[in-house]
Design a protein around this ligand. Structure first.
Ligand code: PLP
Length: 285
């Protein structure tokens, strides 16, 4: 694996060595935490489900009134060039669009675009085999449908999370669960129905793929889920680009199902890995 100092990044119109990528402190991302981003997984050299991530990136930008300075084709060209220059086949490609350099520190000017490609760590086989404990927290993200760069609550809760031995925090507001700071949430009912929240979430690309895959084997529902229903579920799992499908075995102090990863969660993880493999094979042709 190449060390980070051999990597290149896209920085305000140019591809530069990663160590030279810069933003001025007047940028609204620094001043006010204003900006959006997206994150694509590169597997065996191919950015998986790229069009879905680009759709979401342009939509996030639009909803935050920021204009992406590159067309979709230009953005794809830059991604292809970074893949070529970095030669990092297993990686995360992050596109960040900031509020831009602001004269008064509040009004957005011309958004700045940065793209990095960095090595990726996926959950270990051991973690998947054991499943993870999570805690809940009363919160809902400010603009849930947008992938903003603001993760303040999730980051602030890291200490509490560690103190209670949880590995992730599930947000719930008025007893209705939504998502994690960086992942979506699913439950599996005792009749195998796979359910995921409908509202107050970022529409994860992995969530979308898992819902499609689940629909081929099980009944699926997209609707509100109350915390009590979570605690009585047979299985729970989370989904994200980097974590794929990760079983959850404890929510606060309640064990879920048998306290071990469930068959449906593990089946969907395998189905997702197969789908990723098909994408790579199709891209190679
Ligand atoms: C708030 C939030 N929810 C859900 C997800 C999962 O989305 P995806 O499957 O596209 O990675 C993310 C991804 O980072 C996220 O930031």
């Amino acid at each position: 694996m190449p060390s980070n100092d051999k990597l290149f990044a896209y920085n305000l119109g140019q591809i530069v060595p990663l160590s030279e990528a810069r933003l001025h402190i007047s940028d609204l991302s620094v001043q006010r935490g204003y900006g959006v981003f997206d994150f694509v997984k590169v597997q065996q050299g191919y950015p998986l489900f790229l069009d879905d991530y680009l759709d979401r990136f342009y939509q996030s930008a639009q909803l935050m009134h920021l204009e992406v300075p590159l067309s979709r084709d230009e953005l794809k060209q830059v991604i292809a060039e970074l893949l070529d220059r970095n030669q990092l086949p297993e990686a995360g490609m992050k596109m960040i669009l900031t509020g831009g350099y602001s004269e008064d520190g509040f009004t957005p000017m011309n958004p700045n675009l940065l793209i990095t490609q960095l090595p990726l760590t996926l959950p270990s086989a051991e973690k998947v085999a054991k499943g993870i404990p999570i805690m809940t927290h009363d919160y809902v993200r400010e603009v849930p449908e947008v992938k903003t760069i603001n993760y303040s609550m999730g980051i602030r809760l890291l200490q509490e999370q560690k103190a209670v031995g949880a590995e992730e925090v599930l947000y719930a507001k008025n007893g209705i669960v939504s998502e994690f700071p960086r992942c979506n949430f699913f439950i599996v009912k005792h009749d195998d129905t796979v359910v995921t929240p409908a509202k107050n979430i970022l529409k994860g690309i992995t969530r979308k793929n898992v819902l499609t895959l689940a629909g081929r084997r099980y009944k699926t529902e997209v609707r509100d889920i109350r915390l009590e229903e979570v605690l009585q579920a047979r299985e729970c799992f989370l989904t994200s680009t980097t974590k794929r499908v990760l079983p959850i075995v404890r929510v606060d102090d309640v064990l879920i199902g048998t306290g071990k990863p469930g068959d449906v969660s593990l089946q969907l993880l395998q189905d997702l890995k197969d789908l990723e493999g098909e994408q790579v094979a199709a891209a190679r042709q």
